[in-house]
Design a protein around this ligand. Sequence first.
Ligand SMILES: *[C@@H]1O[C@H](CO)[C@@H](O)[C@H](O)[C@H]1NC(C)=O
Length: 249
Amino acid sequence: MSGISTALCFQFSSHIPNMKTTVRALLAICAVSAVQAGVLHVPACPEPHGVQTYAHPDLCDHYFKCTNGTVTLEQCENGLLYDGKGNVHNHCNYNWAVECGTRKADSLTRPLGTPGCLYQFGIYPEGPHCSTNYIKCAHGVPHPTPCEPGLAYDDKTHSCNWPDLLLDTCNPEAIVGFKCPEKVPAHSVSAKFLPYPRYPIPGDCGRLITCVNGFPRLITCEHGKVLDEESLTCEDYELVPKCANFVRK
Ligand SMILES: *[C@@H]1O[C@H](CO)[C@@H](O)[C@H](O)[C@H]1NC(C)=O
């Protein structure tokens, strides 16, 4: 990156609403650059066109944005950090997904939450109990969001997961609506899939059950396929006349 002058360094700061943070950020950049180059400067944009973003060397909750060659210092919304990869909102990602390294994330110590949302942006459990929904917060507004059928929210991964992996709080049989038989009849189609025996769901052409360590998982056939009860595998529509008219809900 090439540099722009001290004068621009301060002109730049006047465009930013959050002066305190900006001045601190600029001092950091200018100081680092001054040591490196012997002059005070902030980064200039390497590309003359389009929008590019760059990590701030010291601050994980800020980043530089180049718009048609003009650089601005941007701050991630509360709860989000910059990693150049995730883009939950304005180029920033959920904080738990971001590796900051030595970049500081001071804004995380100041949650600006609202009821139901710790930070303005985040993903949260509905409560301490097992749930097939989670709360997605955007701009401080909580949006209850359902997991895919058969899954429950896992706060360790901030995503939906198989309930048999959440046995501390979840009852897979209740969520999936199926109890795995204790014995799998030998020579049955189900037994072919041991140690993960499969079962059909009566009347459902789009799904099947797989039992893992005695707990059920609901498996949805991939798009364009339906369950062939004879083989307990998902097949193309043409191969399963019984399900020819099945429409996925
Ligand atoms: C960037 O430049 C392009 C082409 O000149 C223009 O269409 C676009 O509106 C510009 N974007 C911004 C944000 O100014």
